[in-house]
Design a protein around this ligand. Structure first.
Ligand code: FES
Length: 258
């Protein structure tokens, strides 16, 4: 499938794409889905409105750590912060996803065409891996993992509050949406490759650390579906935020089940 040609100095093989299947469908769908989510998340963070309606706080704004939050959870940032409070927190989940091994594969293939599919050539003439600026920062993923654990803990607290109405315990459609969302986010977080490494990495003998071995086995099983959790949880975050907005603006009513 490849015909190599020699150029002066460096040689670079020239490829002819002989695949006749729709190999472009996957990178295209990643561009559409990931691109739409990125635009939506930025817009939702930017507007700084309609992100809270009792008892629901949009996951894009949680934890709300600025004094200008409509729903003050932990106002450790004073009144000097006048931008949207979402910007104070959104860099953590976005950084976690942007450096995720699975997303890296997806967006390198779709946005950078590097390579877009098997037996389809790279768009760029050279390849330096992740050893140089800015891609060397992908190594920060293991630190983002620790930060996302804190954010996920707050999201569980938000979900607990989503069942707490002014009249007491209750279940609204929103409560269930919050529950599904936080479960998907937890599955995505716990199936992370860094989490798997933390549980069982660096062990010479798994039988010498039975607890870590058991944890590693469980996380490994989750890890097999990491890609699916990545997409489902991303979709659920967007839908949860949309739901809060629609209820907050009065477009829909939060139907109470209990
Ligand atoms: S590898 Fe995907 S979140 Fe860690």
């Amino acid at each position: 499938m490849a015909s190599a040609t020699a150029a002066s100095g460096r040689t670079r093989p020239r490829f002819r794409i002989e695949r006749r299947d729709a190999w472009w469908a996957q990178p295209l769908s990643v561009i559409l889905f990931l691109g739409s989510f990125s635009v939506y998340a930025f817009w939702a963070a930017w507007v700084n409105a309609d992100y809270y309606v009792e008892p629901y706080l949009s996951p894009l704004y949680s934890p709300c750590i600025a004094a200008n939050c409509v729903h003050q959870m932990l106002p450790i940032i004073g009144q000097w912060w006048t931008l949207s409070p979402a910007f104070l927190i959104l860099w953590v989940p976005l950084g976690f996803r942007a450096t995720c091994y699975y997303y890296r594969k997806s967006y390198y293939r779709s946005f950078f065409w590097s390579p877009p599919a098997c037996a389809v050539p790279d768009a760029a003439p050279g390849y330096s891996g992740e050893t140089r600026f800015p891609f060397i920062f992908q190594n920060a993923h293991r630190y983002f993992f620790w930060l996302i654990l804190i954010v996920t803990a707050f999201l569980w607290w938000d979900t607990f509050l989503a069942f707490k109405f002014p009249t007491g315990f209750g279940v609204g459609v929103g409560s269930l949406i919050f529950l599904v969302n936080v479960i998907l986010l937890t599955l995505y977080t716990l199936s992370c490759h860094s989490c798997r490494h933390l549980c069982g990495g660096g062990l010479n003998l798994h039988s010498a650390a039975p607890l870590r071995h058991r944890l590693w086995m469980r996380v490994s099983r989750l890890n097999e579906k990491h890609g699916q959790y990545a997409w489902y949880s991303m979709l659920s975050v967007a839908l949860t935020d949309m739901y809060v907005r629609l209820v907050a603006t009065g477009t829909i009513v939060d139907f109470r089940i209990l």
